[in-house]
Ligand binder design. Sequence first.
Ligand SMILES: Cc1cc2nc3c(=O)[nH]c(=O)nc-3n(C[C@H](O)[C@H](O)[C@H](O)COP(=O)(O)O)c2cc1C
Length: 240
Amino acid sequence: MNNEKKNHTGKPKYESAGTDKREYKTGSSNRSNAARRISSKPKEKPQPTLRKSPKRQLKPGNMLNPVPVVMVSCGNTPDDYNILTVAWCGTLCSDPALCYISVRPERHSHPIIKENQEFVINLVSSELAERTDWCGVRSGKKFNKFLETDLTPIRGNVVKAPMIYESPVNLECVVKQVIPLGSHDMFIAEIVAVHAAEYLFDKKTGEMHLERADLVAYSNGHYFSLGKILGKFGFSVQKK
Ligand SMILES: Cc1cc2nc3c(=O)[nH]c(=O)nc-3n(C[C@H](O)[C@H](O)[C@H](O)COP(=O)(O)O)c2cc1C
């Protein structure tokens, strides 16, 4: 077995860690080449000290944070169109494009999605936060949520479930599998079409700017708008 695990620098982990550790012990005047290379690297900004803290053990539970929060629309006919808010959702696979939503069987939407085998995921912008919350605390058993929230159902291209016109991005989904997990049933679905608002695209270059959607994240019971951009994919290894 090859136990030369690589660290993030791509160098064998054991070799670099061992060498550096041994040589650090002998004092700063006698440091390894690797250590000298790191310390002699010109720093543009002083690096803030990383926060370290003793930990408190909590009751096991879902502390994965933040998560997306979306409005899921379902129903085959205007009479049974409904919207429920879902935070237990995510990406499963790039190709085929698979995602999941986990829904409690007692939700009004549950039998609708199970019967029709399709739904739409509507991404939530800050301006939709209040309506999203409302759809998550009121049931389609008692309310016509499209009417009550003044949201507009429009037809997608593939599924019969309505898309929410006011949402910046809509994902048409076809259910592939339903897995009962306990409190929730997981609907694994293929994303068969994606619709994105025109204002997300640069008029000249055609490039999509999803940040213009002003999307909302959900964390520990609160809705957040996204903060500043910290970097883009791969920025840690890019030349400055
Ligand atoms: C922020 C938030 C996230 C929620 N996430 C889920 C979820 O992932 N799964 C679920 O079954 N219910 C979730 N709910 C609760 C349902 O949206 C809620 O019970 C809703 O009233 C169900 O609507 P329905 O009965 O019309 O289907 C969430 C509610 C809120 C406010």
